[in-house]
Structures are given as structure tokens and as C-alpha cells.
Design a protein around this ligand. Sequence first.
Ligand SMILES: Cc1cc2nc3c(=O)[nH]c(=O)nc-3n(C[C@H](O)[C@H](O)[C@H](O)COP(=O)(O)OP(=O)(O)OC[C@H]3O[C@@H](n4cnc5c(N)ncnc54)[C@H](O)[C@@H]3O)c2cc1C
Length: 432
Amino acid sequence: MELMSDTGWAEQPATVEAPLTGGVDCDVVVIGGGGGGMTAALRLAEAGADVVLLEAKTLGSGATSRNAGYITNSIAADPELLGFLLRRERLRNLYRFAENAVHFAEHAIAGHHIDCGYRREGIVMAAVSNGQLRHARRIAKVMARAGSSAEFVEGAAAGLPEGFLGGVREKVGGTLNPGEFALGLRAATIAAGVRVHEFTSARDVTDTGDGVTVDTPSGMVKARKALLTTNADSNGLSIAPKHLASPVWTSLVETERIAPERLDEIGWTSRAPLVTLHMILESYRLTPWNTIVFGTRRLQTGRNPLPDRMPARTIADDLVRGFHQRFPGLRDVKARQAWGGWIGMSSSWLPVAGEASDNVLYSLACNGHGFAQAQYVGRLLADHVGGAPLHEDLAAIWQGRRRFRRGFVSSPALYAGWLADRASDRLAALTN
Ligand SMILES: Cc1cc2nc3c(=O)[nH]c(=O)nc-3n(C[C@H](O)[C@H](O)[C@H](O)COP(=O)(O)OP(=O)(O)OC[C@H]3O[C@@H](n4cnc5c(N)ncnc54)[C@H](O)[C@@H]3O)c2cc1C
């Protein structure tokens, strides 16, 4: 298995937009060119604003091009726990936000004519033990009460692979190739007239009262407003709220090609993309070229500034072990390559957006489920900075000037989560 530092989904862009040199003025500077930053910059440019987009590497090279490719209306916490902790109205607002984010991402694919193999097939939060199956029944009820389009399904009836007993089927969303999507959105952003500077890291952002200055290694931007869409790197900028994002490294593995009839033999007739209901999820999805991409299971923490990295061999091997246990009928299938990326976890594990200062707004909609949500928040933030009142979906995650507590993501906690999941797997093997 090859361990890669770039995404396994697509090639890198053929050309690079010039880094910033010297001083420039603009209406709005967007810092961080992932799906969130590109969408915000594009929206502002379409509305006639003069926009500068600064990206430390190339547009989309962060989590946006590296993820598992699920467009999902999940919000990154256990729905049952959320049902317990949050008022019903707040939960309804969050699920409305998340579902609208899915539709927004679908419109972006269609609107920018991005050829990224999107399949609107829904996603199954699948149970691999009787305990998880009971959990799934409860989750389906919480999600239905919160207005989310999800339903409980039985494993065989839903065409899930052997060993997947049933689960909650999200009726919206599906899968795509995030690498191709990122390239498509990058092209659309550049074509919209956004002044893009790649390999330009914002080192310092200052709110001067009547605007903002952004310091980069070879230049300076002056703007009326700034948007921070820097995901896992957010804490690297001192103007960002303290403890905004805890960086977590997530790994993915792709198999060699598998003959489609073998998927029928193991009962995966629906081909539905799957995520398990473990404490730290496992995801399994097919690609249009008949491989399986799977991931997560073990997460690792990091500190800003975050290094470029590849998955640890032990973690990739653990993922492969998990794949072979979960799909005994595919035990001979080999892993071909592995890559990963950094996600930023907010302290509540929910998407957030707010004001770092009078002229600097931020968003953090990652938390491992934010592919569509980061883009949607980017669009809503752009409208807000352009003068629109707070949209009800932005209000659902709006924090204003709130400060954050230190998150409870730590290496021992993540390792304990992995241990607990393996213990529950062992118990399930004895009792299922
Ligand atoms: C392995 C993996 C699997 C995932 N699977 C899924 C999934 O299946 N479904 C899902 O919904 N979500 C998934 N996610 C999460 C999802 O990818 C993210 O929520 C989403 O892409 C975040 O978009 P973003 O624009 O906020 O961040 P990013 O795409 O990370 O973009 C942030 C950008 O900011 C740049 N930047 C940072 N600091 C600076 C600075 N100081 N100056 C200039 N530029 C800067 C970075 O270089 C980066 O390009 C996954 C993530 C990973 C890593």
C-alpha cells in the first residue's frame, strides 16, 4: 500500500496562481481557499465585489479534495446525544441548515458544470452490532422529530452487505469525487474574477477599525472586511477566537479494483455508501471505477502550524484490518493507496460561524462532515458581509463574539474511543 501526502482522488492543478507580492487593496479578503473560502469568494465576486483570495497551498488542496466524498446532512455528533442536549427547535434548525447545505452543494456541482461523478444515492448510517441497531432505531426517531429526511432500514431489505444489520438511511445526498470537485470549483473561482494568490499564507490579520490588513510573506492586503475560512489551521491566526478549532488527522484507504459481481455475492446489492455507528465511525463507499474507499476509525491530534503529512503505516494497517473484518468475503482484496487530511473540530463538534472582530468574520463547518456545510456557510457569510441580514441557516450556527472552551479532543481521548470501539466489536462477535 502506497502512503501518499496528496489526495488520492485527482491530480494536482496543472498551473498555479501567482503568490502575492507587494501591496493590494480590495473590498473583501478571504483567507483559506477550501470549499468554504472558494464559495465565499465566488459569491462575492458574482455580486460585484473586488475580492482577494489567499491560499497557503493550492485552492482545494486541504480537506476539500481529500475527504471521503460523502455529501451528507449529518451534523458531526451523535443525533441521539444532540436530541438529549439541545432544545428541539435548535436541533430542527441545525438539521434544516445541514439539509439545505446538501442541496446547495448539489446546485454548485450542477451550476458550475463540475464533472465529479456525483451520485444522489443517500447514505446509510449502518449498524454492525445489535447494540448499534438499537441505537439506529433511536437515532431515526430523533432525526425524524428534528425534521430530517431519514428512515430506519433493515440490512438485507436495504441491500446492505452481510454483517451490516440495518441502519438509518439519509434520503438526501450521496457520493462524489472530491478531488475532481475541488479542481472544478477552483476553475470556477478563477473564472469569476476572484484575485487568487496561491502559495500565499496569511501570517497576521489586523483589524484597523476602518478595515483590515493581512500580512503575508511577500505582500500585504488592505480590505474593508476579511473572512477566515482556514479550517484546521484556524488557531494559527491570532485574530481567530481562541480554541476555535482542534486539528485532527483523518486517514483513508483505497482498495484495488473489485469485480462488481463480488459485491452482489456479499449482499451489497444497493451499493449504498455506509458509515458505521461506532464512537469513531468507519466509512465504506464504492467508486465509479469499482474500488472501495474506506476510512477514519483512528484519529490523531495535531498542533498549529500543521505539517504536511501522510497516514501513519500502523493506522493505515488498522483500517485495512477493519475492512477485512467487516467484509470477510473480500479478505483477499488488497489495499492500493492511503492518504488523509486535517479536519478542524470545534469545541461543541457542531459547525460554527461568527465575528472575530468588527471587520473579521470566521466559519468552521468541518468536524468531519462539513464538505457541503463549509461551502454553504461560505455562501451565507459572503451574503452577510455584503450587507444581507443574518440568514436563518447562518443564525442556526451563529456564535457572534462568543469565546470557546478548550475542546475535549486529545490523543488519549481519541485512543480511548478506538479501544472502546474495538471492545464493542469483540462483544458483537460473541453475541451477534
Ligand atoms: C480524510 C477526510 C475525510 C472526510 N470525509 C468527509 C465526508 O465524506 N463528507 C463530509 O461532509 N466531510 C468530510 N470531511 C470533512 C470535509 O472535507 C471538510 O469539512 C471540508 O472540506 C472543509 O472545507 P473548508 O473549506 O472549511 O476547509 P479546507 O478544505 O481544509 O480549506 C481550508 C484552506 O485554508 C488554507 N489555509 C489555512 N490557513 C491559511 C492561512 N493562514 N493562509 C492562507 N490559507 C490558509 C488551507 O491550506 C486550506 O486549503 C473529511 C475530511 C477529511 C480530512
